[in-house]
Design a protein around this ligand. Sequence first.
Ligand code: THU
Length: 142
Amino acid sequence: MTQSITKEEAEKLVEAAREASRAAYAPYSNFAVGAALLDFNGKIYTGCNVENISYGLTNCAERTAIYKSVSEGSRKFKAIAIYAGIDNYCAPCGACRQVIAEFGNDILVIQANRNGEYIINTIDELLPGGFRAEILKGDTNE
Ligand code: THU
């Protein structure tokens, strides 16, 4: 089933992501990203990117938010907003798409920019044909 989100909810989530980007630890890329995750209890969990001198250990804002929420007992998500202070939208990387999809195919992904604009897609649209639990369980495609 496809989720829906009100304009007010979406904009509140974008604002939380924008605020979260202020905490970004990004001394190598200087690219601050914030994420805000809305669960079905209406609670918002935020995250920022956390870089490391061993670059590959960097954790993106989206995964920070998801790991925070799951570790606090919340894992049913309606939407996640991603904010970067640029004119483009900050598209989630492939690893984050896989991690978002772990918790539901119809989670809404809101990409927001510094001009107050945003676009909304489901995670299934952003990760079509991705590895899913059904595959591991051996369910057929038929
Ligand atoms: N980054 C995120 O946090 N989220 C994204 O959606 C894209 C990229 C971070 C990782 C790294 O710290 C910086 O942005 C540049 O790639």
